[in-house]
Write a protein that binds this ligand. Structure first.
Ligand SMILES: CC(=O)N[C@H](C=O)[C@@H](O)[C@H](O)[C@H](O)COP(=O)(O)O
Length: 228
């Protein structure tokens, strides 16, 4: 089946919520059918797009929802692990991702490629690229290398960024001042108020994952809250 890919997904994201429908390795929710149901629930609840891990899940989600699908492919959990190579990126394009999210930090990529190589490959395949960054410098560099949007995804998880519980709204604001492309606020956004604050700080769109789609992590939070 030819993947459905909306002509211009970016306009539909302005001022809107993107729901990340993922589950970590070993989690009971890590099952393609279950993740697709999460994406359908996100659509029913008013999400403008979904963010989905791995080509198989991307393809199943593209077939099941009428929203732009942002695809990523996590491989490993240290260094550059979000869509680390051009091969990973192209597999996501083939699966029908309208937008490919990829690590755009300054760290070396395992295939020796540059972020610009990945952007060129995805663009040649008809997709757009979301640059996952941890710092404003990385966001500026990613935009210069052709990223179509820049997301704060890796702040708190990659070198040069603050380890903190709240979302990094300072980075949202710094990116909004310094890049022309849309800025996405992502990472540890836990309440509707924080989501609104991210837009007020200059984000074009807001990604929420754990607070919506991760019952194991949420249960753990509540359980810990009852522990004296
Ligand atoms: C750092 C990293 O690998 N972030 C991943 C990127 O896709 C996901 O694990 C996050 O759930 C996603 O960014 C949404 O963030 P939050 O779940 O905090 O709302």
């Amino acid at each position: 089946m030819t993947p459905r890919r909306p002509a211009s997904p970016l306009a539909a994201l302005t001022g809107r919520l993107i729901v990340s429908c993922q589950a970590p390795p070993g989690d009971p929710m890590r099952d393609t059918g279950t993740l697709v149901r999460l994406a359908r629930s996100a659509q029913a609840g008013g999400a403008a797009a979904v963010r989905v891990n791995e080509p198989e899940v991307v393809a199943a989600t593209v077939a099941a929802v009428d929203l732009p699908v942002i695809g990523l492919w996590k491989d490993g959990d240290t260094g550059v692990y979000i869509t680390p190579t051009v091969r990973h990126a192209l597999a996501l394009v083939d699966a029908g991702a309208a937008i490919v999210a990829a690590d755009a930090t300054a760290r070396p990529r395992p295939d020796g490629s540059t972020f610009a190589d990945l952007v060129a490959a995805v663009h040649a395949g008809g997709g757009l690229v979301m640059a996952d960054v941890a710092t404003a410098d990385e966001g500026r560099e990613a935009a210069a290398q052709g990223a179509d949007l820049v997301s704060t995804t890796l702040s708190g998880y990659a070198p040069g960024s603050p380890r903190q519980t709240p979302p990094d709204l300072e980075l949202v604001a710094a990116l909004a001042r310094s890049v022309e492309v849309p800025v996405v606020a992502e990472g540890r956004i836990a309440t509707p108020e924080q989501a609104a604050a991210a837009l007020a700080a200059g984000a074009t769109s807001v990604v929420v994952g754990t607070a919506i789609t991760a019952p194991t992590a949420l249960t753990r939070l509540f359980a810990a809250g009852l522990t004296p």
